[in-house]
Design a protein around this ligand. Structure first.
Ligand code: ATP
Ligand code: MG
Length: 377
């Protein structure tokens, strides 16, 4: 047993709207968790990289800001975006640079039905465990490569042509597919489904299929795998949720499928996401999948569960960090499990925000989670 607590420096980027509320709630919950266990501590630093600052100063992250994130152990992100700034600006000025600079090529999005929450799927009414998925999203290339252009100039607007170029590399596909197989291997059902659109898109999607089957050979007999077209996949998620387990897809496809997955599990407000650098060279980033939700911002009603779940994933990831001899790893994994248990207890007992059909506010849910954390160790 370790006597000195492991110390982690976490940089928080709350961002905009409900990103601010849920980050504050997650910091509180993480504080209670570390106090309870005593084997690890977090030192939080907050950066105000928000749309408000973009309007005032012309940038989200200052010069060198993204590079500066490398000195932290992990990044905790709220949500960014506001109606008076076009969405692609925050994405291209801040979020995508963070993911690429810090080699966060694997975006992991688990989805399952928490106790006391209701899925719109009838298959899940009888058996909530029918929906238990992990979506592995390629996070560094593909449809979000940024290549392309618009032509001709505005003088000939009627004839404007825009191209949006997707870039797929063998290296990029192989590493995410291998990561997905490793993820599937650690799950009870050991099943991986790969999603493309290779019947219509004949270059990048075909390369995905080819590389997938090459990598799959390494896992023959250990992981069951199959391939779906993305359109058919949406149908399968709704009609046969129990037939899926781990899913791997491109940047765009997995983005869309994970919003669908979150809605099928009850609300987008509960869904977590980890942006991982599997090599652990740079800090990974943890954030709920929802956006800044301007319609409910500042009302104290945002669901913080997706933020807590993301925080639990962060604790689990940090448990595996190689500081010193990695002492206290077991305790941190236990702490992450306890936080998940606290979340489940809170929803099960009906302490739920409106998006889950409850009446509680963010603070009430946060206080309930803290109370259960405090009794956890
Ligand atoms: P982004 O572009 O960042 O993905 P978005 O425009 O898709 O954002 P979100 O902010 O993700 O939209 O959410 C869509 C709607 O879902 C919100 O407007 C809000 O009503 C609801 N919602 C999202 N997150 C939560 C939450 N944590 N609690 C309650 N409701 C939420
Ligand atoms: Mg969205």
């Amino acid at each position: 047993m370790t006597t000195t607590p492991r110390k982690f420096s976490i940089v928080c980027i709350p961002g905009d709207g409900i990103g601010v509320d849920i980050t504050e709630a997650a910091v509180q919950v993480l504080g209670t968790l570390s106090d309870t266990f005593g084997t690890f501590t977090f030192q939080f630093t907050t950066l105000d990289w928000s749309s408000k600052n973009y309007r005032q100063r012309g940038y989200y992250a200052p010069e060198g800001g993204v590079e500066g994130l490398k000195k932290y152990d992990a990044i905790y992100f709220g949500a960014v975006g506001w109606p008076d700034v076009p969405d692609h600006i925050s994405l291209w000025q801040m979020i995508l640079p963070i993911r690429t600079t810090l080699n966060q090529y694997a975006n992991v999005r688990p989805t399952r039905i928490l106790p006391g929450t209701v899925s719109p799927l009838s298959a899940c009414a009888a058996d909530p465990s029918a929906l238990d998925w992990v979506i592995v999203r390629e996070n560094s290339e593909g449809e979000y490569s940024g290549h392309g252009g618009t032509t001709p100039s505005s003088a000939h607007a009627a004839h404007t042509v825009a191209t949006e170029v997707s870039i797929f590399t063998r290296v990029g596909i192989a590493r995410i597919v291998r990561f997905a197989f490793e993820t599937a291997l650690r799950r009870p059902r050991r099943t991986l489904t790969m999603v493309t659109k290779s019947n219509a898109q004949r270059h990048g999607m075909v390369l995905w299929d080819t590389v997938f089957y090459e990598v799959a050979r390494e896992y023959d007999g250990r992981v069951a795998y199959d391939k779906m077209l993305v359109d058919a996949m949406t149908v399968r998620m709704v009609t046969r949720p129990q037939s899926l387990d781990t899913i791997v897809a491109t940047n765009l496809h997995a983005d869309i499928l994970s919003d669908l997955a979150a809605a099928l599990s009850g609300s987008i407000g509960i869904a977590p996401s980890s942006n991982l650098d599997p090599s652990r060279t740079y800090p990974s980033m943890f954030e709920p999948i929802h956006g800044s939700a301007p319609d409910i911002a500042g009302q104290g009603i945002a669901n913080p569960i997706g933020a807590f779940w993301s925080a639990a994933e962060m604790v689990r990831w940090l448990a595996g960090a190689s500081d010193g001899e990695g002492l206290g790893a077991e305790s941190m994994v236990h702490a992450a499990d306890c936080l998940m248990q606290a979340i489940a207890n809170v929803t099960e007992q009906g302490v739920k925000t409106r998006d889950l059909g409850g009446k509680s506010g963010t603070k009430e849910v946060t206080d309930a989670a803290k109370k259960r954390n405090a009794g956890a160790a």
